[in-house]
Ligand binder design. Structure first.
Ligand code: NAP
Length: 184
């Protein structure tokens, strides 16, 4: 099924993945790359953020809701939705409802970012909800239980990479590269 997001909102997905596509393990990200956290903050600041309930729970309490951004949490659990509301999140019962809510909170120049986790990314790509993908590639091999969906090269075009080739070196010792893709 294809769903068209509201014309006013540019919707993107944003994630960090290892070379084998791992994005999470046991409810968290099994790495610490402060440069990527800084980049995430820079890219998403001021933008509505959409996340699944488990990704919300993966955020440190001190950082949720993510400051300076409207936080929208997707959950099917109405009792949990009330708790999330009390914690400062907006809630939605579906990803489409979350995108509509986000669009209503978007200034014309800002994007809406879908920030995970695995189930939400997969649904967003399957339903063609995103036009941009901001992917941090990590030069890392690590076990995980949650994976990024593949960006089909027939549908997604790499439009920038920093650096163009190779890796920047994190203070943590992990190589990383910021890639941006646009839907063809
Ligand atoms: N590397 C990265 O950039 C990155 C980014 C984000 C997250 N992560 C990692 O990803 C993992 C979490 O991902 P996940 O796939 O397990 O969980 P998730 O996608 O964050 O959340 C799943 C939950 O969201 C709700 N949900 C999802 N789709 C829904 C729909 N269509 N309608 C209603 N509710 C829906 C459900 O909540 P209810 O059960 O309450 O109904 C579901 O249990 C963690 O390890 C996290 O650290 C990594």
């Amino acid at each position: 099924m294809t769903t068209t997001p509201p014309a006013s909102a540019v919707v993107g997905v944003i994630w960090a993945q290892t070379t084998s596509g791992v994005i999470g393990a046991e409810g968290t990200m099994p790495w610490h790359v402060p440069e990527d956290l800084a980049y995430f903050k820079q890219v998403t600041h001021g933008c509505p953020m959409i996340m699944g309930r488990r990704t919300w729970e993966s955020l440190p309490e001190a950082y949720r809701p993510l400051p300076g951004r409207t936080n929208i949490v997707v959950t099917s659990n109405t009792e949990r939705a009330v708790e999330l509301g009390a914690q400062g999140a907006l809630t939605a019962e579906s990803l489409e409802e979350a995108v509509a809510t986000a669009a209503a909170h978007t200034q014309s120049s800002s994007a809406v970012w879908i920030m995970g986790g695995g189930s939400i990314y997969a649904e967003a790509l399957e339903k063609n909800l995103a036009r941009v993908a901001s992917i941090t590639q990590l030069d890392l091999q690590v076990e995980g239980d949650t994976y990024a969906p593949e960006l089909d090269p027939e549908q997604w075009q790499l439009i920038s990479s920093a650096p163009e080739q190779g890796w920047q070196q994190s203070e943590s010792g992990i190589g990383y590269r910021f890639e941006t893709y646009a839907r063809r």
